[in-house]
Design a binder for this molecule. Structure first.
Ligand code: PLP
Length: 394
């Protein structure tokens, strides 16, 4: 079999010419056993890296017991998974999905339902420039990139986009129909940008004052990536709804939206939402194992301790190469923006040749999403390889 045969795949992805075969810790190995240091984590998913024995055993033993039940029955893992996520987020009630995009769809429905119960039909959303919330028709409506949306219009009505970190521009967009404001606590795909503390607090105040729903999309920046369970914690606020996915399952396809007490009491009701697979025994075993490992391996502490080291390495690269315009990020979610003298795609492929996997984002930016278990030696190695590549393209 030619593993690169795409003749029966819908061609929505331009894949790298690498066939990955196995993973171990922070490393991936291709079909020729070439080793890659993975600073992309499967786009922010594999927080625990690869081949974590506790995680693997939890899944294996669950497979031998029960994989699926549907949501018509209870099973042994869902109550614990919901409790884990409610505790970590400080919110109340969880609906499990199978992906991030589905978590966004659910969050949108909960927000609209909350508004509907107050007599607002067709509640409208405020989202932000450079946002990314997913590719289904609802989530795509909240995503800023015009080219992603154009062929699929009409999308949902009444979504307005405004400047990130600019509360005045948000206030200008409010209407009687506004039901929710949605933001990534740290923007990812559109370029790494951190929501400033004051901005987040102002959004919180605004939503409280106008009885709007504040939705935090922490699909990429959540579950420890920022050094806290959720990046909104840095702003000392809580959203009304949280969307989570990616590292929540650390490789198993899970997502969730979580409602606070207020929205939980007065939005989605019996029969309002559903998912055949969401919250199945295997998915919840994965989520529970992730939370166990976060605690036993002190994952948040690791990210907190190593963040300054990662930031220093990236800052010193910025100081050495004038085509690096800036570094921005939080915890293990960092970005370097390049000017047009270099092309980030070239840098990515040269890094791959040298055994380092990174990601692109934004206009011409490199994105760093190392596994949350990475150690100082891995950061040093990443920086060494990247510096060698930057010298080549200089
Ligand atoms: N929201 C954010 C912030 C994301 O980064 C992503 C995926 O990259 C999504 C939503 C969509 O999640 P998924 O691809 O799991 O559907």
């Amino acid at each position: 079999m030619n593993y690169k045969d795409e003749s029966h795949l819908i061609g929505t992805y331009k894949k790298f010419q690498i066939v990955l075969k196995r993973g171990d810790g922070v490393y991936l190995f291709d079909e020729n056993d070439k080793k890659y240091l993975d600073f992309s984590s499967g786009i922010g998913v594999c927080g625990l890296g690869y081949n974590n024995i506790y995680f693997n055993n939890a899944l294996k033993s669950q497979i031998d017991k029960l994989i699926h039940t549907s949501n018509l029955y209870y099973h042994e893992n869902i109550a614990m998974a919901a409790t884990n996520l409610a505790k970590a987020s400080g919110l109340k009630s969880v609906f499990f999905t199978n992906s991030g995009t589905e978590a966004i769809e659910g969050a949108m429905k909960a927000a609209r339902r909350y508004a509907y119960n107050k007599g607002i039909k067709g509640g409208e959303f405020i989202a932000f420039e450079n946002s990314f919330h997913g590719r289904t028709l609802g989530a795509l409506s909240l995503t800023a990139t015009k080219t992603y949306k154009k062929p699929f219009k009409p999308l949902i009505k009444g979504v307005k986009f405004t400047k990130f970190n600019d509360i005045k521009s948000v206030k200008k967009l409010l209407s009687k129909k506004t039901c929710a404001i949605i933001l990534e606590s740290v923007q990812g795909e559109g370029g790494i940008r951190v929501a400033q503390k004051e901005f987040y607090q102002d959004l919180r105040k605004l939503c409280d004052k106008k009885d709007l729903v504040l939705i935090a999309d922490e699909i990429q920046c959540g579950m420890g990536r920022s050094g806290k369970f959720f990046a909104f914690e840095y702003a000392d606020i809580r959203p009304d709804i949280l969307a989570s996915a990616k590292a929540l399952g650390c490789g198993l396809s899970v997502g969730a939206f979580v409602l606070n007490e207020r929205i939980s009491k007065d939005s989605l009701m019996l029969g309002d939402h559903g998912s055949t697979y969401g919250g199945n025994p295997l998915a919840c075993a994965a989520i529970n194992a992730v939370f166990d490992i976060f605690s036993s391996e002190n994952i948040l502490k690791n990210v907190q301790v190593l963040t300054p080291i990662l930031e220093n390495k990236l800052d010193s690269l910025k100081a050495k190469f004038s085509f690096i315009k800036s570094r921005q990020g939080l915890g293990f979610m960092q970005g370097l923006s390049f000017d047009n003298r270099v092309n980030v795609s070239d840098i990515l492929s040269k890094c791959q040749e040298k055994g380092l996997l990174l990601l692109k984002c934004g206009q011409n930016d490199l994105r760093f999403l190392p596994p949350l278990i990475s150690k100082e030696e891995h950061i040093n190695k990443m920086s060494e390889i990247l510096e060698a590549v930057l010298r080549e393209v200089e």
